[in-house]
Design a protein around this ligand. Structure first.
Ligand code: ASP
Length: 326
């Protein structure tokens, strides 16, 4: 039986040209389309051209437009492939997974480390396998790269130049594409009809702690008018005892949400495991658990974007929407 897929193009290295000179977005029809045509025997493919940019220029408006396009077309296709730059693909996948509640069809983000027209490009196999993943019974937002479909809400870009550029710490792949297709991690299933959410708060900041960082750095960020700060703390969520619990309290008293994540890629924040994180918890900080940077940041933006009262942040934060919380 033939499948129907919608390819959404947003840009990224896969469709770029350059050298000599920096890589830049090129014509979709000339660079990408010839390779997509090779997939005719797999599926009937249609195209939506959303933008053609380096993913460093992505913003929440584009996350919403990707999700809206998919939601509106949901009844007409068996799956969706989103062609996207690798630099911020993990943010977009996490954001779209928050926007599409009870997702009914697979949404597969993919891209490439080298332009698809180049001989050694990973783009061709990524494209083929992403399209195959979009025909499978895996109704999740995923990131397909180098043989694996990873849960979109829990993916992080790990390597600048390896072909296996992504990791999903603490979670097995949804699909492993070897000689056989395997499903190591059970996928989520919709319980109700698919719904489209919207809204991301942009007045947020990420602050990475380092030994010797002044607590006044947080005050300066708060004074700048943010509504939420993701603090990438040490290990299981520790902050320096000198000045930091007080600065966190000043932030939360001012109505700013402080989420504590970890600089470690693997493992979970456990506020209270040490004195520093116990003091942060006492000062009103919220735990980012084992979420990735991309997952925790987009969820902070999303929850704050829902027009909620500050006391409701914790309730919404505690709801696992897309498997982001492990
Ligand atoms: N700078 C590119 C982008 O994110 C990198 C890539 O696609 O691999 O658009």
């Amino acid at each position: 039986m033939s499948h129907r897929l919608l390819f959404l193009h947003t840009g990224g290295t896969l469709g770029m040209k350059g050298k000599p000179g920096p890589l830049e977005p090129a014509s979709y029809d000339e660079t990408v389309l010839p390779f997509v045509r090779g997939l005719d025997e797999l599926a009937e493919i249609e195209h939506a051209f959303l933008c053609n940019i380096d993913s460093s220029d992505m913003d929440p408006g584009q996350w919403e437009s990707i999700a809206r396009t998919i939601h509106d077309a949901s009844g007409s296709y068996d799956g969706f492939v989103v062609l996207h730059g690798t630099d911020t693909m993990a943010y977009s996948a996490a954001a779209v997974s928050l926007l599409l509640e009870d997702l009914a069809r697979p949404v597969v983000f993919t891209g490439a480390q080298r332009p698809i027209h180049m001989l050694r490009s990973d783009g061709r196999t990524n494209l083929i396998h992403a399209a195959i993943c979009a025909t499978l019974d895996v109704p999740e937002v995923g990131v397909y790269f180098n043989g694996q479909l990873l849960r979109g809400s829990r993916t992080t870009k790990f390597s600048v130049n390896r072909y296996d550029a992504y990791r999903s710490p603490g979670t097995r792949p949804l699909v492993e594409m070897g000689a056989e297709i395997e499903y190591p991690e059970p996928c989520r299933r919709p319980r109700r009809a698919q719904r489209l959410a919207s809204g991301f708060e942009r007045r947020v900041a990420v602050l990475t702690l380092f030994p010797g960082i002044q607590a006044s750095t947080l005050d300066a960020i708060v004074e700048n008018g943010v509504r939420g700060v993701l603090l990438l703390a040490f290990g299981s969520g520790n902050v320096p005892l000198q000045g930091w619990p007080e600065a966190i309290r000043r932030a939360t008293d001012a109505g700013v949400v402080v989420v504590i994540g970890s600089q470690c890629v693997e493992g979970s924040v456990e506020l209270g495991a040490y004195a520093g994180s116990a003091a942060a918890l006492d000062a009103g900080a919220v735990s980012g658990g084992d979420m990735t940077l991309e997952g925790a940041l987009t969820k902070t933006m999303f929850v704050l974007g829902q027009g909620i009262e500050r006391q409701d942040f914790r309730t919404l934060w505690g709801i696992d929407r897309a498997g982001e919380a492990g």
